[in-house]
Design a protein around this ligand. Structure first.
Ligand code: T5A
Ligand code: NA
Length: 214
């Protein structure tokens, strides 16, 4: 029997200022140091035409209807979906900074009756499903101490509070099966150690001999 090991799909999620990009870079580097092939990605990917319009929207330079921007964020993942699958089948581990969890939660946090968590989930169904999603959780107070908010669209305390509540709702909705909550209010190295324990456990797991779930 062949025991071809595919790459893993690992996602770093969380609130603004939770330290996602910091930990994402460390996970990529640590895995490379351990001899794994790694593809580093982030969403939104602002380099594609769809990503450029998302960037303009986030900077407040253009306006989009709420459902439209939701679908653009989703389309920005779909345009990368084939390359994620190819890399994983090829034995490369893909580590992503934000994915459809953010996509679902930030749109639903706008509080529209016609844009529920469930509605927001639909366009994301069928995207490569992570083996592990690390949700970096911080209190709004800790987030504020880390440099406060920038000028982008969703960087307000009302929005951030709602986003955090909805992340927790999403964990329930998805039975928490692939989301692991990480207390990201601790020091960078402590958080990194916690995350790497989970990542190393995944990399040794037999499920990496099976196909990616959908
Ligand atoms: N969005 C995104 C949607 O609405 N729909 C979608 O589908 C997607 C994908 C994108 C925006 O778009 C929304 C969500 C966002 O509002 P972005 O470009 O991803 O935004 O930028 P952000 O992720 O918002 O980046 P952040 O600035 O929030 O920060 P990170 O990546 O969480 O944090 P990081 O690592 O840059 O660290 C922030 C600061 O804190 C320090 C770092 O050194 C840095 O100064 N820090 C710590 N300090 C103390 N202790 C620790 N443990 C620390 N970790 C980091
Ligand atoms: Na970031």
């Amino acid at each position: 029997m062949s025991t071809h090991r595919r790459g893993a799909l690992i996602v770093i999620e969380g609130l603004d200022r939770a330290g996602k990009s910091t930990q994402h870079a460390r996970v990529c580097q640590n895995l490379r140091n351990q001899g794994h092939r790694v593809k580093s990605m982030r969403f939104p990917d602002r380099t594609t035409p769809i990503g450029e319009s998302i960037g303009a929207y986030l900077r407040g330079e253009s306006q989009q209807e709420d459902h439209v921007i939701h679908l653009l964020f989703s389309a920005n993942r779909w345009e990368a979906a084939a390359s994620i699958r190819t890399a994983i089948e090829d034995g490369t581990t893909v580590v992503i900074d934000r994915y459809y969890y953010s996509g679902i939660v930030y749109s639903a946090a706008k509080g529209r009756d016609d844009l529920s968590l469930r509605w927001a989930r639909e366009p994301e169904v069928g995207l490569p499903r992570p083996d592990l999603c690390l949700f970096l959780d911080v209190s709004p107070e800790v987030a504020a101490r880390r440099g406060g908010f920038g000028n982008e669209k969703y960087e307000t305390s009302v929005m951030q509070k709602r986003v955090r509540e909805l992340f927790y709702e999403l964990v329930q909705l998805r039975d928490g099966e692939d989301i692991e909550i990480v207390d990201a209010g601790r020091g960078i190295e402590v958080v990194e150690r916690d995350i790497m324990e989970k990542v190393v456990r995944l990399m040794a797991h037999t499920k990496l001999t099976r196909h990616l779930r959908i």
